[in-house]
Every structure is written in structure tokens, then in C-alpha cells.
Design a protein around this ligand. Sequence first.
Ligand SMILES: Cc1ncc(COP(=O)(O)O)c(C=O)c1O
Length: 409
Amino acid sequence: MPTNKLEAFLTGELEQLARDGTKKGAESVIVEVLAATDTKGPRYRLRGEGERAFLRMNANGYLGLSQRAETVQAEEVAVRRYGTGPQAVRFISGTFAPHVALEERLAAFHGRDGCMIFSSAYAAVMGILPSLIGEQTIVVSDELNHNCIINAMRLSRPAERVIVPHLDVAAVERALDEAAGRCRRAIVVTDGVFSMRGDSAPLSDLAGLVRERDRGFAEGCLLVVDDSHGVGVLGETGRGTEEYEGVQADLLVATLGKAFGVNGGYVVGSAAVIEYLREKSPFYVYSNPITPGEAAAAKAAIDLLDGPVGRALLERVRALTARFEAGLSALGFETIAGPHPVVPLMVRDTGRTRALVQHLRDHDVLATGLTDPVVPRGDEEIRFQISAEHTEADIDQALAALQTFGAGR
Ligand SMILES: Cc1ncc(COP(=O)(O)O)c(C=O)c1O
């Protein structure tokens, strides 16, 4: 059987991944979420782990909106009214009132004229970049950009792709200067917050540069930002890296599946660009949108964030992040401190990273170890993600587990 030959080959590839230590392996299956108490945030039961209750410090729900009554109720009301799925793509008959209400809310939230939603932020990036990158476009991308940007560039056929060192604005400038006059269009694309380290792009410098260099390109020079980890948590009111840096990108992509606690992705920009993308972007034209229920829940999440509840949650997650960062430093661990609730503990060794992840799990704490090739060799780390639904006692539980491992072991 031909598939047997393929299976033998693929099994060999999997064995190689295991030998390289890069196989992700069996997934932990969450079978129950235990409600928060006065002193503890929610706990998670995992298949095969009996009654053990885990503290989850590897989820992107920075504000804890996924379990809130307001978001759950909004989804319930919409699912009863419209059903569980859209049953068509948007332009056929898959556009429901909650989709449109969400797009209007997101455009207003980000101060733009246009917004379109996608089934995920990954799909949004894959959907918009190849539609905007033509044969006479230069695209300039940070070396640590998310996998969706890397693959979107692979799907595109630009005149030139330039990968610049992490956060290196001078390298972006050189690339644009070399292409000016030769290429008709330029696109600078970057993550807002970089998910592995919690650091953020110098958007103010990049936006200024793109404005200045615009005249060198007949079809303009654009800044496209994927701020999936920043929107909802970074900046005074949670509008993300743009707010943190005090500028706007030409196109901003983000997810509904992290701080907003739901699922899906979107892009905001000018009405004309969004109208073009609605016609041209294959991941939008030929693929179902999120469900009406998800759209309603996401709008409820934005309404919450954009009010007093959101302010309080932002304040809380910042205080917990600062507590955790201070605790790590006091224990002698290396970290990259910053305002974002992604807190990396730099281990800088693959074996030790694995041992520490296992040690934390043995102490009922879930955190993610990142090793080569996800991060460069030497940058191996444990990524902790703090949420407003954690408590001070939760943070201290994780620190206590780290203390028993020791910074110098
Ligand atoms: C920058 C960036 N873009 C996109 C995604 C994927 O988001 P989604 O799950 O909505 O596809 C992530 C998630 O890790 C991300 O960090």
C-alpha cells in the first residue's frame, strides 16, 4: 500500500523530532475547570491526573474574560437566536448581525473607519498580506515575527523579502532606502508584542520611518502590525502596542482569542483598504467567519474592557505581573521585566528548561518551556503568563515552586 511507505517515512520524521528534543508530544487534556475561590483563581483538572488541580500559567486570557458571566451570557443569547454556526461564508449568506456589530465596535475601539473579522488572527495575516504584497513590493519583517507572518510571506510573491534583526529600526531604514524608486510598494510588518519574550516593537520609530519613506514608493509605504498579544492588555486602556507607543499603524491585526477570551481574528484600517480586502482576501472570501455566538461574546468582552471593569482588570494584571517579576528577581532568576503579562524566565539551557517545566508540573503549576527551534539556542526559557484571574496566593504558589528548584541548580 502506498500509504504504508509514506507512514514509514513520516514515522521516521517523528522519531527524528523526538531525538532532536523538539517533539511537542501528547497534549494535556483539560477535563474540568474549577471555579475561583476567595484566595485562589480557577484550577484545571487534566485527563490522567486524577483529582489534582493545576494552576494554569500558560494561557493567553490575560483578563480572565472567558469565564465571565457577561461574555458567557452574550454567547448563550446569540447561539439561541442564530444557532451554533454561520453555515456559509460572509458574502453568500454567512453575515449575521453580531458579526457586523463586532466589526463596528472594533473599528471604533481602535479609532479606524474599517474592520473585518477572520476565523483567527493567523487566518487574518495569511489573508491580508498576500493580497497586499505584489510583484513590485518589498516586504520587511522582524526576524522574531510570528509564524503566521513568516508563512504569509512565503505565500506572497514580492520583489524582495528582507528579514531584519529583532527590533532593528536602522536595518528597516536601510532596506527601505535600497528599495526606494525600484519597488512600487513597501510593507513593513511586525508583531506588536512578541509572544515569546513579552517585549514590543518600536512602533513610534517604525511609523515615523514609514511616513518619511512613503514618497519613495509610487504605491506607498505601509506599516502592518500584528498585535495579537498586545491588544486587550498593553497601553493605558488596553488598546495595545499602538496605545503604548502613541501611534497608529496603517493596518492592525489582532486576535479575539487571547485577552478577549473568545476566538477569531480581525484587521482594522481605512475603509477603502478594508473594502478591497473584503473582496480579495481568500481566507475571508472562501472561509466561514467565527460563529455569531463568538462574535457576540467578543463584543461583550470589548464592552467590558472599554469601561470600569476593564480598567480594574488591567490594574490587577499589572500588579500581579509586577509581583511575579519582583519575586523572580528576588529568587535570583533572570527575566525580561516589562509591563506585559508574558514573563519569561530565561533558563538558557534545553535540559534545565525541561527539568524546570516538569518540576513546576509536579508542583501543580502549568508553564511552557520554549526551546530551539521555537527560540534561538541559548535563549531557552520558561514562559509564564499572568492573568487578572490569578490571585496573589497563586503568584506566590508559583514562586514557592520555583524556589524549591533553585536559580542556580
Ligand atoms: C503575533 C501573533 N499572531 C497570531 C497569533 C495566532 O492567533 P490566533 O490563535 O487567533 O490565530 C498569535 C498567537 O500566538 C500571535 O502571537
